[in-house]
Design a protein around this ligand. Structure first.
Ligand SMILES: C[S@@+](CC[C@H](N)C(=O)[O-])C[C@H]1O[C@@H](n2cnc3c(N)ncnc32)[C@H](O)[C@@H]1O
Ligand code: SF4
Length: 345
């Protein structure tokens, strides 16, 4: 089994253990939102409307250096659409040159153009996939976008990049769980599912109203059953337990966002996660230093938790939930296939 890809994260574990013992924060895993701009206007997403000031390539690289010196082991890149920045692949390559595990969230449209530059520098590509072609293209408001996602899946796999998808569930595509899992089995990728929030920057505004407690509980049961039968459900059992409790998923006050993982917004502001980014005044790393901003940012004091896949999986990992740690390793080292046919990379 090839565990070399996860070594950067294992390597940082001793620093993490020390920080936990001392009750200190550590920027172990950081999401860099390179831009809020986007080449799409998905029906449920209000991020492009928030586009504004952005750090330069040099400033993002400095942020990466500062966090890496302080113990960062994992750097993920998201947007907006990261790949519309012409310097995006250089920033990702810089993170790899610092020995970090790297991941990228993308809508897939521009992947072919940047594939060579990503190869060798990107460990995991997370593509948005909202169902089969017709419904995906409808909610993502971009004709032909689902076929570009499927093309990106194949290209990334050919280059040895681990692949997962995120399906955002909202009223028009609540029925896509089965078709997405079938695609995942056929094409060999891990499939995350998460509910749509009304406002990407404010979880207090709640979920898409179609996502009632009963809908979330039945979704969680369905995904748990599928996972137990060996289907390529990316979520860990812990995530699915939280999903079943929705819309009160947990408790923001006890979340490890802001303790061991955090998010750098395009302008350099450092926040625990984007869903609480309107709740307080957060420090800007460009002005006070990125590590200092991480250490100083206010931690959420209230809130019902969330069901954003990367945040909840990270929280569970930092709670030392063995099932979340195992799922995270599996997503990187194992290529899923039809039930019983998964193979290790
Ligand atoms: C903001 S996007 C950025 C990356 C890229 N543009 C993409 O679409 O994959 C990251 C993830 O957040 C999801 N997302 C966007 N709006 C959301 C919302 N209102 N609620 C839940 N997830 C959302 C997207 O579908 C995507 O999987
Ligand atoms: S979900 Fe991603 S692709 Fe769609 S508008 Fe938002 S940032 Fe752009």
């Amino acid at each position: 089994m090839n565990f070399s890809k996860v070594l950067p994260m294992v390597g940082g574990a001793s620093k993490l253990a020390l920080a936990r013992t001392l009750g200190k924060r550590l920027p172990y895993s950081i999401t860099f939102i390179l831009t809020h701009r986007c080449n799409f206007q998905c029906a449920y997403c209000d991020i492009p409307a928030a586009a504004g000031e952005e750090l330069s390539e040099a400033e993002f690289k400095r942020a990466i250096d500062d966090f890496a010196d302080a113990g960062m082991s994992r750097a993920s890149f998201s947007g907006g659409e990261v790949l519309i920045r012409e310097d995006a692949t250089r920033i990702i390559a810089h993170a790899k040159s610092r020995g970090l595990f790297t991941s990228l969230n993308t809508n897939g449209w521009l992947v072919p153009r940047h594939l060579d530059a990503l190869t060798g520098n990107l460990d995991m590509m997370v593509l948005s996939l909202d169902g089969e072609a017709a419904i995906h293209d409808e909610v993502r408001r971009k004709q032909g976008s689902q076929s570009r996602v499927m093309e990106a899946v194949a290209l990334a796999k050919q280059r040895g990049i681990a692949v997962a998808t995120i399906t955002v569930l909202s009223k028009p595509n609540l029925h896509v769980v089965e078709p997405v899992l079938s695609l995942a089995e056929r094409h060999g990728f891990w499939a995350y599912f998460q509910p749509a929030y009304t406002d990407c920057f404010d979880h207090q505004r709640g979920l898409d109203p179609a996502l009632t407690h009963d809908v979330l509980a039945s979704l969680a049961k369905r995904l748990s059953d599928a996972k137990r039968s060996g289907r390529p459900v990316a979520a860990s059992a812990g995530f699915l337990e939280r999903l079943a409790r929705g819309p009160a998923f947990g408790d923001c006050a006890s979340c490890n966002a802001g303790r061991y993982f955090g998010t750098v917004m395009p302008d350099g502001t450092v926040v625990p996660c984007h869903l609480v980014s309107k709740e307080a005044v957060y420090p800007n790393g460009k002005h006070v230093g990125f590590v200092r901003a991480f250490e100083q940012m206010p931690h959420p004091t209230r809130g019902p938790g969330c069901a954003i896949s990367p945040y909840q999986e990270s929280d569970l990992i930092f709670q030392l939930d063995v099932r979340a740690i195992t799922s995270a390793v599996e997503r990187v080292v194992k290529t899923p296939g039809p039930v019983g046919a998964a193979h290790v990379r």
